[in-house]
Design a protein around this ligand. Structure first.
Ligand SMILES: NC(=O)c1ccc[n+]([C@@H]2O[C@H](COP(=O)([O-])OP(=O)(O)OC[C@H]3O[C@@H](n4cnc5c(N)ncnc54)[C@H](OP(=O)(O)O)[C@@H]3O)[C@@H](O)[C@H]2O)c1
Length: 245
């Protein structure tokens, strides 16, 4: 199934307080901007050494420095938040992603909307069909794990914990990313391999837009949407093929 979404901003009543875990990264900074654009109160968490990356938001967001897998840091950051956007980090080999996910799952207030970022390699039900390109990237990442550079398996473990939780979660699975101006809200499908996703390309700014939009989209609770840019060839082809005359 492939679904195009309408932005929810205009449907949002009242102001949300949102925690962004991993706010200093590329995806995180875009999410901060989208959240501010919607008038949300923003609390950002990032490593102490990265706080300066958030300087352009000074005075507009609250920054809590610390490791994102530190349960005390997360407890302080998510207190009172309506939603939590979490960047599940692939780098690192110290169970950083799974520790981060667990801290958020345990410390967010009951009923809070929890949205996690990951890549297409995450599968919820084993029904995803991968091209040689995605398989090659995963293989390269496994080699990097041997060199203690990247641990994709820890992101897999993080998502396993999210899928098993009874919180109000969504795991947004990003395709290959590129920089560039926004093209609007990406489209999504339940399974990698579905024709709409073939282009495997999304603007990072729009990945962030989808993450923020998901906070107010209850139809995505307990879903793991795989996304692709709405102007990508496969998305346009799908739209043309399914257009009602
Ligand atoms: N890159 C892609 O092509 C791609 C494709 C699909 C999905 N995704 C997903 O998109 C999300 C963001 O990925 P991104 O590639 O765009 O990167 P990103 O937004 O720049 O995020 C990288 C994050 O990792 C943190 N980080 C880097 N090295 C670390 C370390 N050694 N220990 C702890 N934290 C560390 C960074 O924190 P600091 O700011 O403190 O360094 C930052 O929060 C991830 O969930 C990823 O799985 C990425």
């Amino acid at each position: 199934m492939a679904i195009a979404q309408r932005p929810n901003a205009e449907r949002q009543a009242g102001t949300l307080t949102v925690c962004i875990v991993g706010a200093s990264g590329k995806l995180g900074q875009y999410m901060v901007q989208h959240a501010l654009d919607r008038g949300y109160q923003v609390v950002g968490v990032c490593r102490e050494a990265s706080v300066a990356k958030l300087d352009r938001f000074a005075g507009r967001i609250t920054v809590i420095p610390g490791a994102t897998n530190d349960r005390e840091v997360i407890k302080r950051a998510v207190a009172g938040c309506d939603g939590v956007l979490t960047v599940l980090v692939p780098p690192g080999v110290n169970n950083y992603s799974s520790g981060t996910a667990q801290a958020v799952l345990d410390q967010a207030r009951p009923g809070a909307r929890l949205v996690f970022s990951s890549g297409w390699h995450i599968t919820r039900d084993g029904q995803d069909v991968y091209t040689w390109k995605v398989k090659a990237l995963v293989f390269a990442a496994r080699l990097a794990k041997l060199a203690r550079l990247v641990d994709l398996d820890d992101q897999v473990e993080a998502c396993r914990r999210v899928f098993a939780s009874d919180t109000r979660w969504t795991v947004v699975r990003g395709s290959s990313l590129e920089e560039g101006d926004s093209q609007g809200l990406p489209v999504w499908s339940r399974h990698v391999g579905d024709p709409i996703l073939t282009s495997d390309r999304t603007r990072r700014v729009d990945f962030a837009l989808f993450m923020v939009d998901t906070l107010t989209n209850d139809t995505l609770v307990h879903e793991a949407p795989a996304i692709v840019g709405n102007q990508s060839p496969s998305a346009l082809a799908y739209a043309a093929a399914t257009r009602v005359p």
